[in-house]
Ligand binder design. Structure first.
Ligand SMILES: Nc1ncnc2c1ncn2[C@@H]1O[C@H](COP(=O)(O)OP(=O)(O)O)[C@@H](O)[C@H]1O
Ligand SMILES: NC(=O)OP(=O)(O)O
Length: 317
């Protein structure tokens, strides 16, 4: 099974284990646990490009900048630069933990993070309708207070609490794609399109950062389409996707076809908006562009799922 390439998308929330007491050490341990399972894939012969989220992390960076500005008058950090910071820090921990794990196993594969910009459409309606949750979770009362006092836009995030939201335009083009392709073709493990890529627009033929956070599943799907990946794997907190999620008649699914996935998504009741729905949409785009297969499962079940023992597989009709 040589030369098969998988794009693996890792959720930003899954890189924070303890949601009540966030620390750098905790995030490092979460990265270590995730890359341990990615090392299993590499050991089994997969070439891997890793995309990751940054929702919580980019929100923390932005908030630190706002507080430092308020308390000490320090310069504020624009959201695109916060995104770049998060790519660097998360890329650092994913790269280092994977390098350590591969070394331990005697696997000689280079790993590198490619800081990447994602072109978006300056006229994307998402700029008028912020929808991407960032930072930590709040009680409703606190969220509404911050909305009133600080001008935040806030939403209830998939039953998990309230969060601040920012614009999340659709990714159009990975600007560093030629370099990423070269590295993958040369057998490097690449961490890229972190946090969905740093959002940029073209203005008078110049690249310019914009205030947004791109959905990493959409961005990883675009990368998977561009490099014609053999597998698009979304690693998240659930072993399998369910129909009627959270309802008494919930049913976990082992396998669905592209047509079934589209029909279930269109029904609007199975996959929660802002969590599973964008993942299914990202997979639908991948399969519609000719991708063979996609898989959703949690990090600890990646190995078993690749053997066909668990996870939810989404395949061509
Ligand atoms: N139909 C569904 N089947 C399984 N999980 C679902 C479904 N709908 C919503 N979810 C929720 O979506 C979550 C994954 O979304 P999210 O936490 O946003 O992902 P990540 O941060 O890993 O990208 C799961 O942990 C689960 O709580
Ligand atoms: N950028 C992004 O999609 O982050 P999350 O995975 O944390 O939502």
């Amino acid at each position: 099974m040589k030369d098969q390439v998988a794009v693996v998308a890792i959720g930003g929330n899954s890189l924070i284990k303890d949601k009540t007491k966030v620390s750098v050490e905790d995030q490092y341990l979460a990265a270590k646990e995730t890359t341990f399972h990615i090392a299993d894939m590499i050991e089994a012969g997969w070439n891997v490009a890793i995309g990751h989220g940054n929702g919580p992390q980019v929100g923390f960076i932005l908030r630190r900048s706002e507080i430092a500005h308020k308390v000490e008058g320090m310069h504020e950090i624009p959201l695109d630069v916060c995104g770049a910071d998060s790519q660097g820090a998360i890329g650092y921990s994913l790269t280092q933990t994977l390098q350590n794990e591969l070394r331990k196993r005697g696997i000689n594969k280079p790993v590198a993070t490619v800081i990447s910009q994602m072109r978006v459409d300056a006229n994307d309606s998402a700029f008028q309708n912020p929808s991407k949750p960032i930072g930590g979770f709040m009680e409703e009362e606190e969220a509404k207070k911050r909305a009133a006092n600080l001008g935040w836009q806030v939403v209830e995030d998939a039953g998990r609490g309230w969060r601040r939201v920012v614009a999340s335009p659709i990714p159009q083009e990975v600007l560093e794609l030629p370099s990423i392709k070269e590295l993958i073709a040369a057998g490097h493990i690449v961490v890229t399109v972190g946090g969905g890529g740093i959002p940029v627009v073209m203005e008078n033929n110049e690249i310019k950062g914009v205030a947004a956070v791109i959905d990493k599943d959409y961005a990883s799907s675009l990368l998977a389409r561009e490099i014609k990946a053999d597998l698009f794997l979304i690693s998240t907190a659930v072993e399998k996707v369910a129909l009627n999620f959270g309802k008494p008649n919930e049913k976990q699914i082992d396998r669905m076809t592209l047509s079934e996935a589209k029909a279930y998504l269109a029904e609007g009741t199975h996959f929660a908006k802002g969590s599973m729905a964008p993942k299914m949409q990202a997979i639908i785009w991948f399969l519609e562009a000719g991708g063979k297969q996609a898989l959703i499962t949690n990090p600890e079940n990646i190995g078993r799922a690749l053997k066909g023992e668990t996870g939810t597989w989404i395949v061509q009709d």
